[in-house]
Design a protein around this ligand. Structure first.
Ligand code: CP3
Length: 353
């Protein structure tokens, strides 16, 4: 059961949290809420400034710094939701991996490529509360009760990808081999990771997260048949564990278009979708009762503000429905995106009648 929303007639000013939760439960809203994946990041000079003083790991580990950076998009851009600054790979440290952020991307060690290596990996140990708990508490203290805070985690398949590949990988050389040659071993890995993800999300909810997003970036490389085997069952288990306690789950898959029916089957309250399929069609495929998020091509934000405005408002107009929708991109804000264009996208949503 989902928490009942704080229902108010649309004529009264909604708080950001009310607007966000109302959007998820199809209650009346004045306009769609707006936030952006990777809203805190390198394209913001204020983020770069913090990055000069702290490593990425320190930014994730020091709650006051994580809160500073999480709040930047709220203060500078005026987004409607704050996602806690952290990374999907950080909880792998609680399973005995080392995680480093190098120039070329994150490095997870030791990379596990044989089942005999896997045996040394332990179930996650969160007996020492991870810093994300204090980061969320700090954000709540500073932002107040009227702003929704989002927690997040990587999905089991995407986390398994990093564990096996040891970092970012163009062809997913090893995880794909395992998926085809040793599928049962992959299932055992996913079985071990799933409870860790559930617990990590529950820690964030306990700290005050109002909704959580599961990032299954690399599930978007699977055949639908493989998605049903290696992604869907674990996503569904996470959704059930979290939503049964009243917190809505947003499910993100990079390149979601082929999997909308499967994503719907997880029971997630919100599906965060790509930019390939028009929203109206996405809504038809996903069917009744599931809210949507996303759909703007992140590359639109490379264009000048007038174009951004046109594109955002065309998306909203073509979709034609205000309820059950959270405005976002189809993936994170890209490096080198002009801040002015990001601001214009947010303003265009807010101005939409
Ligand atoms: O959205 C937000 O603003 C919250 C913070 C957030 C980060 N990573 C911070 C980050 C979130 C939600 C993530 C999720 C994440 N991390 C995903 C899933 C979403 C996606 O992008 O597909 C994945 C696959 C990762 C793993 C990861 N972390 C990679 C591949 C990289 C390096 C490449 C890159 O995009 O920079 C990171 C580093 C990272 N995570 C940065 C940030 C702001 C960049 C660090 C820097 O400032 O150099």
């Amino acid at each position: 059961m989902m928490k009942s929303t704080l229902f108010k007639p649309a004529s009264q000013e909604l708080s950001r949290k009310e607007r966000f939760l109302n959007a998820i439960s199809f209650a009346p809203i004045d306009r769609p809420p707006v936030w952006l994946m990777r809203q805190a990041g390198r394209y913001l000079p204020e983020y770069q400034e913090v990055k000069r003083q702290y490593s990425f790991q320190e930014m994730c580990r020091l709650p006051s710094v994580a809160a500073d950076v999480s709040l930047q998009p709220f203060d500078i851009l005026g987004v409607d939701a704050i996602i806690v600054f952290n990374d999907i790979l950080i909880p792998l440290e609680s399973m005995g991996f080392s995680v480093e952020y190098a120039e070329g991307g994150p490095i997870v060690a030791p990379a596990i490529r044989r089942e005999s290596d896997w045996k040394s990996i332990r179930p996650a140990d969160f007996s020492e509360t991870p810093p994300v708990f204090d980061s969320i508490r700090e954000i709540r203290k500073r932002a107040g009760s009227g702003v929704p805070i989002l927690g997040f985690a990587g999905s089991p398949f995407t986390l398994a990808t990093y564990i096996v590949e040891g970092g970012v990988s163009r062809n997913l050389r090893y995880i794909k081999e395992i998926a085809y040659a040793q599928p049962q071993w992959l299932e055992r890995m996913l079985e071990l990771i799933t409870p860790a993800v559930i617990e990590y999300l529950k820690i964030q909810i306990q700290a005050g997260a109002d909704a959580v997003q599961i990032f299954d970036t690399w599930a978007g490389t699977l055949q639908v048949k493989e998605y049903r085997r290696f992604a869907l069952p674990y996503q569904r288990r996470i959704v059930e564990a979290i939503q049964s306690q009243g917190t809505p789950v947003i499910l993100y898959v990079k390149g979601s278009s082929p999997y909308l029916r499967e994503m719907k089957e997880t029971g997630a309250a919100v599906l965060s979708v790509d930019w390939i399929t028009p929203l109206r069609e996405v809504a038809e495929i996903a069917g009744e009762g599931v809210a949507l998020q996303g759909n703007l091509d992140p590359a639109v934000l490379y264009a000048a503000p007038e174009t951004v405005r046109e594109q955002v408002q065309a998306l909203l107009r073509d979709f034609g429905r205000k309820q059950g929708y959270i405005f976002n991109l189809g993936h994170g804000v890209l490096p080198e995106t002009p801040v002015e264009s990001v601001k214009e996208a947010i303003k265009a949503v807010k101005d939409y009648e």
